[in-house]
Write a protein that binds this ligand. Structure first.
Ligand code: ADP
Ligand code: MG
Length: 217
């Protein structure tokens, strides 16, 4: 369960990106965070993964009180939330398998287990046998699938995709939306920040609409 209670975020330069935002997202929900550029969508993600702290208010993710998280618990929170970005953030000098396995390596999981998990995850995103390829050998849609695989490799409870189709053509965007839907159908809570109307028409998520830092639906 995710809970934002009267969350305000004001950046050090005085810019208030979110004003008194309150919402709850239940386990297994599919939610679309919509709103124009600059309305605060990415700030919601950054608060959720504790990349930044709220100025006011409370943020809970299951048993994690994110607004007053102990540093030791940060890796646990990050394992509960997989993140996917518009620009993929795939490391260009690593193979697909290395990119997907990176987080598992940091967790000190044995190589054999990592290899198995990477294979299963790549299969799940529709890229079986692509593990040895380098990112330059993949299309944008395939890179986004790798990014989704990397986010899902730790079996997170929540997947947050921040404008995941922003750099993709319509047909590819629809395929990525299909993959997000499938991941949600398997039980993962999926939150998509987007202003791609086709993606929203396809996913039909519950909508949270931001406008200039305020939640209007
Ligand atoms: P969105 O993802 O909806 O495009 P953001 O959450 O990135 O919007 O940004 C919301 C507002 O906060 C914007 O006006 C943006 O310029 C501002 N903002 C974001 N990050 C910072 C920062 N680190 N310092 C100051 N202002 C910021
Ligand atoms: Mg953004």
């Amino acid at each position: 369960m995710i809970r934002f209670a009267s969350v305000t975020k004001t950046f050090p330069n005085g810019k208030t990106a979110l004003k008194q935002i309150s919402f709850e997202i239940a386990d297994g929900e599919l939610v679309g965070i919509i709103g124009p550029s600059g309305s605060g969508k990415t700030t919601v993600l950054k608060l959720l993964i504790n990349e930044i702290n709220p100025t006011e208010g409370e943020i809970d993710v299951d048993d994690f009180q994110v607004h007053k998280l102990n540093r030791k618990k940060l890796p646990h929170l990050r394992r509960a939330i997989g993140s996917v970005f518009q620009d993929f953030k795939i490391l260009p000098d690593r193979t697909v398998a290395e990119n997907v396995g990176l987080v598992l390596e940091i967790l000190d999981i044995p190589d054999k287990e990592i290899a198995e998990k990477v294979n299963i995850t790549l299969e799940m995103v529709g890229l079986p046998q692509s593990g040895d390829l380098f990112p330059t050998q993949l299309s944008g849609g395939e890179l986004q699938r790798v990014a989704i695989a990397r986010a899902m490799a730790m079996n997170p409870k929540i997947l947050f995709a921040d404008e995941p189709t922003g750099n993709l053509d319509q047909e590819t965007a629809k395929q990525i939306a299909g993959l997000l839907k499938e991941i949600n159908n398997q039980g993962t809570t999926v939150i998509v920040a987007t202003h791609d109307k086709n993606v929203l028409d396809f996913l039909k998520p519950r909508i949270l609409q931001l406008e200039a830092g305020e939640l209007i639906i």
